[in-house]
Design a protein around this ligand. Structure first.
Ligand code: BG6
Length: 508
């Protein structure tokens, strides 16, 4: 594995949760696997006044709780912590940037990091247009003496207009190839495996089209509510929080054409082509294609579950959706007429993300069996999380007299790869940015195309308050009406935590 060039990772918003839970533990995991350059440092920035030592102590705690390698690499954290530094300043104030720049340059001299910087914006989105501008005004976008990269966290905008404006703001200060928009779903091993499953196996791709696929179903369910993120979520809702980014991306990876190369522009070109082929859902048709819901209080096994409106930071009359189910089409040669169904929600029965390819049934039923089984189609379940793996459902003869058919599973689980370490999404993505590889990051045009698709839905919900927000008891699979979206006699799959023994028993 190629090691990245020497550099400093500069984190804006370093006293926040993301740095503590994800970024520093992931950088530590890269360190323990010897994937960081020798000349390397992290400079955390924030308004909270912390010394280097205080910052290190806090990060040590984060590493102990969230690192994937700490169990086997105990002891390495002390050495790693010496690479962490902290500088307190008000990142909203342009006049404070020259001092910050001096500080950064002296650290660069000390660590001999060749003026290579990655700036990570782990800040509230209101800072996204400001920080790049202040950096650029202080020539911290100038690559004449070393690379300068900018990582931006979602949300990339609030709607189409604000996404365009954010892209313009970023691109006025940094070139597009210096900007890394992170969607942590693309960092997931199992999401990347989708490309490998499709394009490294001769058996799937010939069937991967409208002639053989009946419909595609994508579910991303969470069993927890919004917790203490109510304030953020209230203005976001499930459509912005999960659909516009993560789920549209998963759908694009399922639907895209084979890229010419496994390289950033090739893959990103194919992703954007899918987004541009999405059949728009006009505002007046939104209720026909999109269902929104909100969890209400319930009791599960004697334990009271909060409703969304009772969560901290949430308006008691809130109409923010915590559940979305939708149907859409991709108007191109491969997918014409094939419905895509996607569904996501908080406070559902279990945490599971999976893609299910439902193949068309045989044209003629020769054999007998359980009526429901006969109606079923071959399904390929690509489990993103948990119990990561792949499962193919198909009919098999029940041993004995006659020709009775039974549904069986053929499956693979990552847990079977005993000694294999599954890197976290942030670990993979941070490493890629350090290597200058933007393949797994979102490009401006794809982000805008996804907003273009989602925008009429947001507008319809805003302009037509008569469109229902269906209540669903916390801990259930969302509003019943979402079943009506699915064509024919079918329903959604109701997956369990376990993929092992799917259909035989259910862990929630
Ligand atoms: C984030 C959303 O982007 O993704 C969260 O803001 C959501 O609301 C999370 O919980 C889900 O990510 P994962 O990796 O747990 O599926």
């Amino acid at each position: 594995m190629r090691q990245p060039e020497k550099h400093i990772l500069v984190i804006f918003g370093a006293s926040g949760d993301l740095t503590y839970r994800k970024l520093i533990p992931s950088v530590f995991d890269l360190y323990t696997q010897k994937l960081l350059p020798d000349n390397f440092g992290v400079l955390g920035l924030g308004r909270t006044d912390l010394s280097d030592d205080q910052f290190r102590d806090k990060m040590k705690e984060g590493i102990e709780k969230f690192s994937g390698t700490i169990k086997t690499k105990k002891g390495m954290e002390e050495e790693f912590l010496t690479k962490l530094f902290y500088y307190a300043f008000n990142t909203k104030e342009e006049k404070e940037y020259p001092d910050f720049k001096n500080h950064l340059e002296s650290l660069n001299k000390k660590l001999k990091t060749g003026n290579n910087y990655i700036f990570y914006l782990a800040t509230p989105p209101s800072m996204y247009p400001l920080v790049p501008k202040f950096l650029a005004n202080n020539q911290l976008n100038d690559e004449s003496n070393g690379f300068k990269r900018l990582i931006v966290e979602k949300p990339f905008g609030y709607d189409l207009e604000s996404a365009r404006s954010l892209n313009r703001d970023l691109q006025n200060q940094f070139r597009e190839d210096q900007i890394y928009r992170i969607d942590h779903y693309l960092g997931k091993e199992t999401v990347q495996n989708l490309l490998v499953t499709r394009f490294s196996n001769g058996i799937f791709e010939p069937l991967w089209n409208r002639n053989f696929i009946d419909h595609v179903e994508i579910t991303s369910a969470e069993d927890i509510g919004v917790g203490d993120r109510g304030g953020y979520y209230e203005d976001s809702g499930a459509l912005r929080d999960m659909v516009q980014n993560h789920l549209m991306l998963l759908a694009s990876l399922v639907a895209m054409e084979p890229p010419a190369l496994i390289k950033d522009e090739s893959i990103r070109n194919e992703i954007v082509k899918v987004m541009q082929s999405l059949r728009p859902i006009p505002e007046e048709k939104v209720p026909e294609f999109v269902i929104r819901g909100q969890y209400i209080g319930s009791e599960i096994r004697g334990k009271k579950q909060k409703g969304y409106r009772e969560e901290k930071g949430v308006n008691p009359k809130s109409r923010t959706e915590t559940f979305v189910a939708m149907k859409f089409f991709i108007d191109n040669w491969r997918w014409a007429g094939v419905p895509f169904y996607i569904r996501t929600g908080k406070s559902l029965p279990t945490r599971v993300t999976e893609i299910v390819i439902h193949f068309r049934p045989t044209p003629h039923h020769l054999f007998h069996g359980d009526k429901d089984i006969m109606k079923q189609k071959n399904q390929l379940v690509i489990r993103i999380q948990p119990d990561e793996g792949i499962l193919l459902k198909f009919g098999m003869k029940v041993p004995g007299a006659g020709f009775n058919v039974q549904d069986v599973n053929m499956d693979f689980h990552y847990s079977e790869l005993n000694d294999t370490y599954l890197p976290s999404a942030y670990e993979r993505l941070l490493l890629d940015c350090m290597l200058g590889d933007a393949t797994l990051y979102s490009r401006a045009d794809a982000v805008e195309a996804a907003w273009e698709f989602v925008d009429p839905i947001l507008k319809a919900w805003k302009n037509q308050p008569c469109i229902k927000v269906h209540g669903y008891p916390a801990g259930t699979w969302g509003p019943d009406v979402s079943d009506q979206l699915i064509e024919g006699e079918q329903t959604w799959r109701y997956p369990c935590k376990n993929l092992v023994g799917d259909g035989e028993y259910c862990e929630l």
